[in-house]
Write a protein that binds this ligand. Structure first.
Ligand code: NAD
Length: 317
């Protein structure tokens, strides 16, 4: 059967790179990007695009019928830092968009869906180091509550209605093609931009706040891998822990100083510190490794090298 994929929220940090990767793999015309706003030139020009609100079920149904879509990737959401400012909007967007795609799959309008969860499902009572797949989960943020509820609903729809939903708890993602969209780990992208443009960065987290992080190429690799895996190998239908590296802002500054020796960092923690304090500092992803052979390629050193090289090129263009 021919694959036709719809990406909701395609113009964001992950959606942009995911769309391009899926187009490369399955052909430009097989991957329909959609969002409530237009995206980068590359994304808009490489294949079909629709303005589409992920909370509008009827509009989704129409686009799915028109393009004969059989897979959906739901990337539209309000992220952790922004969600603290607009709790009800975040809850409505994050939950209604998920119910829409789960119900479309339940009604057999599509065969398979991908929905990302986050390390925000964990909370202040979760063991922080090497956090297990199954552990205490008492999220204390609006975003985390929505992701944890989402996980429960995914598992429920799988068990009850045999919906083929697959999910990953992404750590903080580092990328150079698109800026991050209002999360607590955004510092790990901003720092590279500021290192190159000003040689200095004021970090909104404390220097010793370690968080699980991942370079975007690894996140995309994991997403394609879990979606291509045989259905019987996907034993976790809530969401898989996924890990690549774990570091704090001071480690990151040191890794930048290897390339830009004069780079300076100072620290002015804001409201995002409390969010970061409630999250794990490292993640045990042995289930993803065992079930679908997950393994990360990028450590901090390689991430820094790749970020600085590409951002420099981007600036000179
Ligand atoms: P982002 O904020 O960069 O992008 C989200 C996109 O959704 C934006 O382009 C936005 O315009 C769009 N959008 C907003 N409302 C919409 C609506 N009603 N209909 C359609 N589109 C809408 O987010 P991202 O970083 O790309 O994250 C994608 C997913 O991955 C989210 O579910 C997020 O929670 C999850 N995630 C991201 C990270 C990270 O570090 N970036 C970490 C963990 C989980």
């Amino acid at each position: 059967m021919q694959k036709y994929i719809l990406i909701l929220g395609a113009c964001g940090q992950i959606g942009t790179e995911l769309t391009l990767a899926l187009r490369e793999k399955f052909g430009n015309d097989h991957v329909i990007a959609s969002d409530i706003r237009e995206g980068s030139e590359n994304l808009m020009q490489s294949g079909p695009f629709e303005i589409l609100d992920a909370t509008n079920y009827d509009a989704l149904e129409e686009v799915i019928a028109y393009y004969e879509i059989n897979e959906i990737y739901l990337m539209a959401a309000m992220l952790s830092a922004t969600a603290e400012k607009f709790p009800m909007r975040a809850w409505n967007l994050n939950m209604n968009s998920l119910f829409n795609v789960l119900n479309l799959a339940k009604e057999k309008k599509v065969d398979k869906i991908f929905w990302p969860s986050s390390i925000a499902v964990f909370g202040p009572n979760t063991p922080k180091e090497n956090t297990a797949q199954n552990t205490i989960m008492e999220p204390s943020t609006v975003y985390g509550i929505s992701k944890q509820s989402g996980e429960r609903w995914c598992e429920y729809y799988h068990k009850k209605f045999n919906v083929d939903v697959r999910s990953i708890r992404y750590p903080g993602l580092i990328s150079w093609k698109t800026m991050p969209g209002g999360g607590t780990t955004d510092y790990a992208v901003e720092i590279y931009h500021k290192a190159l443009s000003q040689g200095q960065y004021t970090c909104f987290l404390k220097k010793d706040t370690a968080l699980p992080m991942m370079f975007m190429d690894d996140a995309i690799k994991a997403t394609l891998q879990i979606m291509e895996a045989n259905t019987e190998t996907i034993r976790v239908r809530s969401s898989y822990n996924l890990s690549a590296m774990s570091f704090n802002p001071e480690d990151m500054a040191k890794s930048i100083q290897q390339f830009i020796p004069d780079f300076k960092i100072d620290y002015e923690p804001d409201f995002r510190q409390a969010i970061a304090d409630s999250w794990p500092s490292s993640i045990d992803d042995s289930k993803a490794r065992k079930d679908w052979n997950w393994q990360a390629d990028f450590n901090l050193q390689r991430t820094t090298e790749t970020m600085l090289t590409n951002l420099k090129k981007q600036q000179t263009n």
